[in-house]
Design a protein around this ligand. Structure first.
Ligand SMILES: NC(=O)C1=CN([C@@H]2O[C@H](COP(=O)(O)OP(=O)(O)OC[C@H]3O[C@@H](n4cnc5c(N)ncnc54)[C@H](OP(=O)(O)O)[C@@H]3O)[C@@H](O)[C@H]2O)C=CC1
Ligand SMILES: CC1=C(/C=C/C(C)=C/C=C/C(C)=C/C=O)C(C)(C)CCC1
Length: 311
């Protein structure tokens, strides 16, 4: 029997590539329901899907922020079940916290936290009845380790990490697996969308010094990080393929991040992480370049190779 996989946020990036990779499985093991909130954006996926379109890959509308949209999509599934759900839909947010309204922050949580929770709640009763299922969440390294000027995004990813870490224990009793995929930077439309948003903002409420750190120190450093550490969406999709065989809870996709996250557990005062990130950012320039070179050496030059860290 084919495995029914529903993926959210397939109009671009990781969701799109994952849908295509699964649908192109030579053994045709998967029936992929590739969902997106806005069907007028389906052209890119249709093109990438090629001959798999309407065979192993079906496109459907689903906005994770609306109950009716989720219910309607799930009730239209012909197989009558979802074996694997990939909660991929997500939005980023960067900038000085003083310039972001609480309303803006809530929209990030609506998607990155409550959108995932809504999907899980809708699918759990059936998965529990069938005593089978795999819930995958596209989290982030920023769900494990905060990054400066990503305060709200980090909070939303930390929140879904906490939710899933708690839920995973209960669900094991029902033979349902939960997995978090935790990529570092990935070269998708994600960064461009953030840059576009930032270019239109005048950062109301933020003082000039903070705005200057954000624009002149953080943004170039972050861009460097995407250029040097960024993985391809196909590399992230590969990690998912591996996760299906024998699911574990966490998949950190980027070995370069492992030492940065390990600092948190090496010093429980938190000083090591906070000070290291401070130095990496504000001594950007020589220190930053040296750090990247060191990371390159420590991790056997796996930059941009898409290599994954085995758990
Ligand atoms: N790129 C990166 O560096 C990293 C990304 N991630 C995570 O990976 C996931 C995918 O991001 P990525 O592919 O990079 O970025 P993209 O911006 O390319 O894709 C995000 C997708 O989510 C969709 N989406 C946003 N809001 C909703 C919603 N309410 N309902 C349904 N779909 C929605 C977007 O649709 P639309 O086109 O309509 O906006 C789009 O299809 C996100 O959860 C992100 O947080 C994690 C680590 C790093
Ligand atoms: C590592 C690092 C930085 C930036 C990291 C970034 C920008 C990571 C982005 C990750 C993303 C986009 C995850 C998505 O979920 C700084 C602060 C520039 C300098 C210090 C070291």
């Amino acid at each position: 029997m084919e495995v029914v996989v529903l993926i959210t946020g397939c109009s671009s990036g990781i969701g799109l590539r994952l849908a295509v990779q699964l649908a192109s499985d030579p053994l045709k093991r998967f029936h992929v329901i590739a969902t997106m909130r806005n069907l007028s954006k389906k052209g890119k996926l249709e093109e990438a899907a090629g001959a798999t379109l309407n065979k192993t890959l079906h496109i459907a509308q689903l906005d994770v922020c609306y109950d009716e949209s989720v219910t309607q999509c799930l009730s239209s599934i012909q197989a009558g079940r979802v074996d694997i759900v990939v909660n991929n839909a997500g939005v980023g947010k960067i900038g000085p916290v003083e310039s972001l309204s609480i309303e803006e922050m809530k929209t990030i949580f609506e998607t990155n936290l409550f959108g995932v929770v809504r999907m899980i709640k809708a699918l759990l009763p059936d998965m529990k009845k069938r005593q089978s299922g795999h819930i995958v969440v596209m989290s982030s390294v920023i769900g494990l380790q905060g990054v400066v000027f990503n305060d709200v995004y980090a909070a939303s990813k930390f929140a879904i990490e906490g939710f899933c870490e708690s839920l995973a224990v209960q669900l094991l009793k029902f033979n349902i697996y939960v997995s978090m995929i935790e990529p570092g930077p990935v070269n998708t439309e994600f960064e461009m969308k953030l840059m576009e948003e930032v270019s239109q903002s005048e950062f109301p409420g933020a003082d000039p010094v903070t705005v200057q750190y954000f624009k002149d120190v953080y943004l170039p450093a972050s861009h460097d990080i995407f250029m040097t550490m960024g993985q391809t969406p196909d590399a992230i999709a590969q990690v998912f393929m591996i996760s299906m065989e024998r699911p574990v809870f966490r998949y950190q996709t980027n070995v370069l991040y492992t030492p940065l996250i390990a600092m948190k557990y090496a010093d429980n005062t938190g000083n090591l992480s906070v000070r290291t990130f401070y130095n990496l950012l504000f001594n950007h320039g020589t220190m930053f370049k040296i750090s990247l070179t060191l990371l390159r050496i420590i991790t056997c030059n796996c930059f941009r190779s898409g290599e994954i860290s085995p758990n």
